[in-house]
Design a protein around this ligand. Sequence first.
Ligand SMILES: *[C@@H]1O[C@H](CO)[C@@H](O)[C@H](O)[C@H]1NC(C)=O
Length: 235
Amino acid sequence: MAYYNALNDPEANTPNNSRRLRVFCIVSTILNLWCIWLAITQWHLHEGMNVPHVYSPAEHVITNKFVKFTRGFAHDIPIYERPPSAIVDAAWFDLWSVAQIKIPKSAAMKMPNHTWPLLNDRESYMISLDVFHQLHCLDTLRKQLYPRYSETHVSDMHIRHCIGAIRQALMCAADVSPVVWQWSERLQIAEQRDDIVHVCRDYDRIRDWASERTFEYEENDFGIYIEDDLPVSPI
Ligand SMILES: *[C@@H]1O[C@H](CO)[C@@H](O)[C@H](O)[C@H]1NC(C)=O
């Protein structure tokens, strides 16, 4: 048969043909590597599109910005870390006082968890944002540092709850900004420095969003049962 002749062709194994085979092998190896590279990069792209997501009615106000952290030592003590006073308390209160937020039913339906409607406005539902809850908890712990200043007694159970809330928030965010060591002329040691630049969510924007949506907590009677007809969305 005609094509078997090629195998018997005395010219079939000439140096010319083995060079062609070598070129073919090299080209095919390059193409294979390119395919593997494409598969890996596309897979990463695909993975990026599937990041776990839980809906938040505030997700559209999230923006990032650079923030240099303060140390709370010497001349670098922001209002929040100063000794207790009415001004310091007010500054803390200002951070989380917008915690009671109302959202429309359409937003509440996109959340994975049920929440409660407002008694006098059944088309609005109440939420907080966990950052306000966490800051409130930290504020509670702060006040416990000064039992003589703060008149409210907080139970051990509440303190435990707050430590747990803050621990989980820290681990959840898992801030990997590099903390460094630098020589301190004053201390004559290399000391840890955490007054470094972080990338942070713009807290003011989130607080502003919340402040435009607060409801009067006292106007609600939380002891009145309301039948739950809110359809929620699975995660
Ligand atoms: C919120 O939803 C998640 C996921 O379905 C569930 O595991 C969790 O128990 C719910 N929590 C509340 C308070 O409804």
